[in-house]
Every structure is written in C-alpha cells, then in structure tokens.
Ligand binder design. Structure first.
Ligand code: PLP
Length: 366
C-alpha cells in the first residue's frame, strides 16, 4: 500500500478532499449556498411526468441538444460556444486539462486565482498537476489590480479564474477590471465564474463578443437545481471545440438534462422571481447581522453572507458554529488559520429559516 500511496503527487497528498460536514439533527440547512425554495407540488408532478418519459435504457443526448438551444437563447450566444458539465465543478477540471501545455521553459502550466475563493480551483489545479498561483485579496476581500497584473506578468498562467461574485466572500470584482486584464493578456484564458449571477446581475456575457480569451461559466445549482448537477461555459467556438475533447462522454445524465430543460422552459420566471426575493431577504439579513454586537458581515452580491464572529484566532466562530448545530442550524465554518480566521458563511434561506438562524445565532453568541 505504501508503495502505491507514494505514487500520489506530494501536492495532492497535502490537500484535503472537498468536505461537507453533516452533523445530526439539522433542521435549517444554510451551509451550501443553495436556493432555499423547493418546487411546489404541482410543478413536481409535472416534472415527474417528464422524467417518466425519459428512455433511461439509452445513453443521454450526447450534445445536450435541448438544453443547448435553451441556454444559447437565454445568453444570446452561438450554440457551438457552449460546453456542458456535470456541475460547473467538472468544467473547472476540463478548462485546466485543456489549457495544460506548459509555457516555454516551464515544466508545468500555471493557473491563477485570487484567494480566498472557491476551493475547487485549488483542488482541480493540484489534482491535474498544474501550479496554482494564488493572489491574496485585501482585508475586505477586494482585488488589488496591481498585484494581479504583476502576478500575471510574473507567473504567465494559462488560465485565470475569477468567481464573480466570489464564494465564500460574496465580493463582486469589477467587470471592467477583468476585461482590461484580459485585453492586456490575450494568451491567458480569463474565466468569469458566474455561479451566483441570478443574485447579482453583473455578467460578462456581453463581453464575450469582443474578448476572445474570455469564458463565462454558469451553473443551475444556485437557482433551484443543485441536485441536477448542470453547469455550462460559453467561450469562443474554437476553444469550445478543444474543451469538447476532454469532456467525458455523456457527462450530463438524461434525467438531469430533462429536469434542467424542463425548469428552463416551464419554471424560469418563477425561479428568477424567487432569486429576487432571496436578494431582498439577504439584504434584510445583512442588516440584522450588522446590528449584532461582535458580528461583522462583509458586503455581498451573492446569496451568501460571510461574517466574522469575534476576532481572528480567538476560536469564537468555531464555538458559535457548534452551538448553532446544537440548535439545529447548519452554516459553513471557515474558521481556520489564514484570511478567513474567525469567519462563518451563511446562505440566505426562506424568511422562516433566516428568523430561526438569527435567533439561534443571538442565543449562541453569549
Ligand atoms: C464560485 C463557484 N463556482 C462553481 C461552483 C460549483 O457549482 P456546481 O454545483 O455547478 O458544480 C460553486 C459552488 O458552490 C461556486 O461557489
């Protein structure tokens, strides 16, 4: 066994797998940035009928034809600019795998992203043998354009990921800044990861027509279909063709394609209205958190709120996390050494869930 374990790259051995804590007795689940509203009964029955008609004995439609048409329409992008993934997580790996040729003089490709950010950028990059280039964000998780420009020039990455808005901080980095960086570095693929776009509305989709080295990545996970695992990226068709070569065959299951296409056809407006409702709730929740002594929420444009509880390094956030779990409320504990020390992240829930969270939090702070 040791001999086999020795075959795993050191960088990968040093990482921990993406982990999702599942404490017992949780009644209010606000840890995963999901959409809080389940489908109403009538819609579920309609969806069940659609799913029942899927020929499960056959492989799925290989090119996600119906979804492709619906999404190309929604984004006003050519159909051949789209690549689909089993969630956008998978697309991150496809992007790193495709643009993997090291620069002249380097033994490995470099991939750049600001930190703290979505942990899958680091996991995919390390797992696929690329060198991560991590740019520290400022104290309020703002992006320092000079630091990014210097890192781009120094490390010459193949791909640069920017989650807009960022997870777990909720920060929205400026569109014109990313566009300017992309124009300055035409040999780097800039990815605007817009997982939370429905809560934010600051997409770079329109920039795709003018910036060839830009990709816009989205997911249906945050707007009510996390269980379906459907993500997509739009980029120049010539680059999409290259990505298609590393896409695993039939990577989006037929039940998932069916559910996603049904939701876009029949429930898009409802989902959009629910996201607007979540934004209103998020702003109200932010105000309540700001008023709590010892809690410092960071401004956000996603459906999540990052907050510092107590002071970095005092262990208060982790204590509060345990107390919240005991009260049946699950949020994400990010309290570890580094820039997120003392931080918890809460997903905006339904009004009732938010009320229960706030009351459990107030009771846990003492
Ligand atoms: C910024 C960001 N990108 C991508 C994803 C992955 O989403 P998916 O469910 O489509 O894999 C997440 C999930 O939390 C995210 O926060």
């Amino acid at each position: 066994m040791t001999r086999l374990l020795d075959r795993i790259p050191e960088a990968l051995r040093a990482l921990s797998a993406y982990s999702v804590p599942t404490p017992q007795g949780i009644e209010v689940k606000l840890d995963a940035n999901e959409h809080p509203y389940a489908l109403p009964r009538g819609a579920r029955e309609e969806l069940a009928r659609e799913l029942a008609a899927v020929d499960i004995n056959r492989y799925p439609t290989a090119d996600c034809a119906e979804l492709r048409e619906l999404i190309a329409d929604e984004l006003d992008r050519p159909q051949d600019s789209l690549v689909f993934g089993n969630g956008s997580d998978e697309l991150i790996s496809f992007l790193v795998t495709t643009f993997a040729r090291p620069r002249e003089g380097a033994s490995r490709p470099a991939i750049l992203y600001p930190v703290p950010t979505f942990s899958v950028f680091r996991l995919a990059c390390t797992g696929l043998g690329a060198d991560p280039v991590e740019i520290p964000l400022g104290p309020d998780f703002e992006l320092d354009p000079g630091a990014v420009e210097a890192a781009l020039a120094r490390s010459r990455p193949n791909v640069a990921f920017f989650a807009r808005p960022n997870n777990p901080t909720g920060t929205l980095w400026r569109r014109d800044l990313i566009a300017a960086l992309a124009r300055n570095h035409p040999d780097v693929l800039f990815v605007s990861d817009e997982a939370y776009d429905d809560y934010c509305g600051d997409s770079m989709v329109d920039d795709l027509a003018h910036i060839e080295n830009l990709a816009v990545m989205r997911t249906l996970s945050k707007i009510g279909l996390a269980g379906a695992r459907v993500g997509f990226v739009s980029l120049a068709p010539a680059l999409a063709t290259a990505l298609e070569k590393v896409r695993t065959p039939y990577n989006v299951g037929s039940l998932n394609q069916c559910a996603a296409a049904w939701a876009l056809r029949e429930a898009r407006e409802t989902l959009r209205a629910q996201c607007a409702e979540v934004v209103r709730e998020r702003d109200a929740l932010f105000g309540e958190l700001e008023a709590l002594p010892g809690v410092h929420p960071f401004p956000t444009r996603a459906n999540l709120i990052l907050m510092r509880v107590g002071s970095p390094g005092d262990g208060m956030a982790t204590q509060v996390w345990h107390r919240l779990c005991e009260r049946g409320v699950l949020v994400r504990n990010l309290d570890a050494d580094g820039p997120l020390s003392g931080c918890l992240r809460v997903t905006t829930g339904t009004p009732e869930e938010n009320r229960r969270f706030l009351s459990a939090l107030s009771a846990s702070l003492g």
